[in-house]
Design a protein around this ligand. Sequence first.
Ligand SMILES: NC(=O)c1ccc[n+]([C@@H]2O[C@H](COP(=O)([O-])OP(=O)(O)OC[C@H]3O[C@@H](n4cnc5c(N)ncnc54)[C@H](O)[C@@H]3O)[C@@H](O)[C@H]2O)c1
Length: 475
Amino acid sequence: MNITPDSTPSSRRDFIKATGVVVGASALSGVVLPHVHAAGSDQISVALVGCGGRGGGAAGNAMSQSGPPKLVAMADVFQHRLDSAYNALKGKFKDQVDVPDNRKFIGFDAYKGAIDSLKKGDVAIFTTPLAFRWVHFKYAIEKGINVFMEKPVTSDGPTSRRMLELNKLAKEKNLKVSVGLMSRHKKCLQQLHQRIHQDKEIGDVMFMRGYRMQGLLGSAFSEKYPGKDNSLPGKPSELMWQISRFHSFIWASGGGYSDFNIHQIDHLCWMKSPPGQFLWPVKAQGVGGRTYRTSPDGKPYVDQNFDSYSVEYTFEDGAKLYMDGRCMLGAVPMYQSFVHGTKGMAIAAKSGDCNGPSSTFKGHVTSRDSLLWTSDAKMADDPYFNEWQVLTDAIRNDKPHNEVDRGVMGSLVTSLGRYAAHTAQEVTLDEMLNHEHEYAPGADKLTFDSPAPVQADANGFYPVPEPGRKTKREY
Ligand SMILES: NC(=O)c1ccc[n+]([C@@H]2O[C@H](COP(=O)([O-])OP(=O)(O)OC[C@H]3O[C@@H](n4cnc5c(N)ncnc54)[C@H](O)[C@@H]3O)[C@@H](O)[C@H]2O)c1
């Protein structure tokens, strides 16, 4: 889809007007929209596009809902990924997995076969790296299929604008669309949000902190591309190698900063936002760097990530959100989030992306004496299950449900912080949204023979950010 200059939101206010982001799902209330699933008809089929770790998890979450839903089609670019996901899911869910060989699809257009296997009211699951999100979403909208898509959903301005435009069509068609920012479906965080905004338990929110500081995560650190050798399994083309190591490449994933930190950034923005509103920071500045450029055994790393980031986001009212991300062996681990108000503070995620219990405190010291409230640690609260409960309920009972605008904004805010740290500039959200650098142009036209979207230099190193030197582009 082309985004014409006229349709590009040019200011924050225009943007909010264009997307309805501030009012979110409530924008749909009162509007008569076509039904996509007969209420009362329980059978929902799902198709899985991207059969990796999260894809298998999401398909399992879908099949654990009442009904129960069935998995009827699978798609991937690697046969071995599809096979192992199929075997694991078949072993666990047996008759709910009805995927004969003619509904298993391999290749860059495999998503079309999987989506074409569905009927209106069914759900396509998109759990590939984010570069393909808009491509798959566009086709699902054309076919009138509901979607569950994983986070992040974009890594740059052009695809963020494209996703927002596409989502207008999804809303027109009354499609139900979930985005895997599952913190929003975590009950203890929902209770905390109510305590902050309705009960005013910690006063006005002025300052938030998110930390994701761990060892060497996922595929964020890559040694040199080993080269293609068709006779050997496991030595794919450079494009396929980059896809399989997507955390290393900003075009594929937004890099480690986006992929690892988005949950905390997203749920802290939520904690700042009154009910029914979606407040986002208006600007960011940050620092970051790469301390180690070799593996522990001395082999050079060639990927595009920093190993440390500290980003300061600023909201319109001056409130701050700090996000610290670090991937480093031997450094102190910290994986939590905190909210500070004018009267007290809260622990949002006690550990991980959004694990409880959440708590509130009088003042800014966490102690037994200052504790005001803590969520029930025994409450059933699996956010990956909860988000599917909301989606299947919305489909069966035709409730408004579309998380794409805020999923795009959460992704854009995350990209904003990454971009600010990579360039060492203060960058506004509008500038990020309207930036023209698209990191994976032609993602809809890739084939097994395509060149990789980012090319190495003669020594096998990929272009990296140079803060203060490369200021208009990230790399
Ligand atoms: N919400 C969460 O907590 C959470 C957790 C993990 C991962 N994720 C997200 O899920 C996505 C996938 O992550 P993962 O850990 O499962 O990665 P993964 O590498 O295990 O799985 C990705 C799969 O997609 C396939 N794939 C890649 N490009 C494809 C294409 N064009 N068409 C079809 N298949 C394609 C890969 O071959 C692989 O099987 C990422 O966006 C990640 O951020 C979210």
